[in-house]
Design a binder for this molecule. Sequence first.
Ligand code: COA
Ligand code: AMP
Length: 630
Amino acid sequence: MSYQQTYQRSLSDPNGFWSEAADLIDWYESPEIVLDESAAPLYRWFTGGVVNTCYNAIDRHVDGGRADQLALVYDSPVTDTVRKYTYTELRDEVAKLAGALRSLGVDKGDRVIIYMPMVPEAAMAMLACARLGAVHSVVFGGFAANELATRIDDAKPKAVMAASCGIEPGRIVEYKPLLDSAIDLADHKPDSVLMLQRPQARAELIAGRDHDWAESVAAADPADCVPVAATDPLYILYTSGTTGVPKGIVRDNGGHAVALAWSMKNIYNVDPGEAYWAASDVGWVVGHSYIVYAPLLHGCTSILYEGKPVGTPDPGAFWRVISEHGVAVLFTAPTAFRAIKRDDPDAEHLARYELDKFRTLFLAGERCDPDTLHWAEDKLGVPVIDHWWQTESGWPMISNPMGIEPLPVKPGSPAVPVPGYDVRVLDDEGAEVASGDIGAIVVKLPLPPGTLPTLWNADDRYREAYLERFPGHYLSGDAGFKDEDGYVSIMSRIDDIINVAGHRLSTGAMEEVIADHVDVAECAVIGVADQLKGQLPVGFVVLKSGADRKSDEVVDELVAMMRERIGPVAAFKQAAVVERLPKTRSGKILRGTMRSIADNEDWTMPATIDDPVILDEIGAALEGMGYAGG
Ligand code: COA
Ligand code: AMP
């Protein structure tokens, strides 16, 4: 069937389409209802179905002929380690870990926070929770204690699974002090912590609360898979919203397993038994879906890489991993390729490796600039596929459907809506815009299986944030256009989210941090274009009258506060103290105008500006930081 036929069928007969896809996984009880519209606009999939995600990801492959096939390969240039697990070995490790969790009192429905770097035990921790029907919530290691505390208070975990440290090039990040201070800060106190001791920095354990991972696993009885409802939550993953309070995206068990299993062949065109590598982090949605769940659900070998695209040890790192582990498909963020291109523009390191099994490169997480796309195509000689999705969707919404029908690549566009997603571009009044015109990118409800059913304990916030702006549609928060062939281009956000090295961050949350500085009267944070990371945050600060600290000191303190409160991943390193912020006469800060000046784009003086002269000061400050043509 062609892409067009498949796509049309997915929209005209969602029940038939997704009930066929549901055969890709094993059920204890088949679903009674495929698309459940009873609580619309909050839709559910596969109501009545009973399933276990861990069983589908691991056990059924052991029983079904893949017992000795590699399931997981851990490749860590930062510790000089490679460790490999067959499906049987992975099942045994996960069953024991689940047993250890159970002995800590973790049961179906309980939440478990996972705060771990890119070690195989992080994937095992997720799968062990899934095995018990417990709900995991992974927090990215680059977030600070305060962000971890916010998530602990929202998810109210019974236990935390953590590692003693992460390894960043040139420094060891001790996780235990961050975890301890997060638990101190949080109102909710987890009963126990399961701590993986890494030799690079061992953690002090608190008697009664903290348990040694290896000892607990050694003492545990293996736990079996616990059947759960298809609609029960598998995990919560927090992502930046427009305020400092992150949104707890909920993922269910049944729809998620079906959608991910379906995506592996139809979008990524990868077969069971092949090696699939998502070079991301288990802390992000890409890591959840395409390091842990999808490759295993599909019977692939998944690569879990603890390293960077450059510097660990050189810009040939990706080619080494592809070559050594026979990777067929790589998925990463464009920023990783920009880093490789910057350090090795002629891709000289490529010549050192044989990439004979490598077929396709997929990129997502941020806009893919045509230069990077062409460079990767030229150097690798394989199709380079930009595709678009979000934490909320959990799997691609717009992509070139490589396993259905590879379509021509148009640089700058992630191509066409994925079956199941009725993607539209609307104007402010909710009418569809003409092709080529920019508008809000929305998906007509219902969203397909695997997408968020709601926010954790926050149905109202879910409706308000996603469903109310254009009734009957899911608001993606991105803006863009569709061309006459139906290809969609994603151009920008309609809110204050920025994208730094493929990481989604809220400038609103950063402004909340700055506003807490004693000398700050008001502030604005904008995302400015950066050649490597796509965007970087820049702050503008107005000091309180009478503030006696020097501007430089305040800026240094703000940079330190941001690292302390949000984390190094915010990459907040630049700010300027100004006399006033540019505003409209009604007091709205003109962030868009500031951004256009920073990026050296054409801009027009807003008619409603209160005092145009202020923009000269902003322009000068930006030039001083190397932006605005400076
Ligand atoms: N734990 C603790 N700190 C972390 C961390 C983690 N898991 N991950 C990143 N950090 C820190 C880094 O050490 C860095 O700190 P610094 O300010 O002291 O240097 C900061 O957070 C920013 O990290 P990063 O975004 O990785 O930038 P970088 O300059 O170190 O590296 C790239 C730049 C392009 C190489 C890097 O961003 C990259 O590999 N990107 C790939 C994108 C990706 O995987 N995106 C996921 C979505 S698909
Ligand atoms: P996250 O939820 O962290 O995965 O971030 C999702 C956001 O990243 C989207 O809403 C977009 O703003 C951006 N994004 C992801 N993929 C792409 C892409 N292929 N092109 C442009 N922007 C993208």
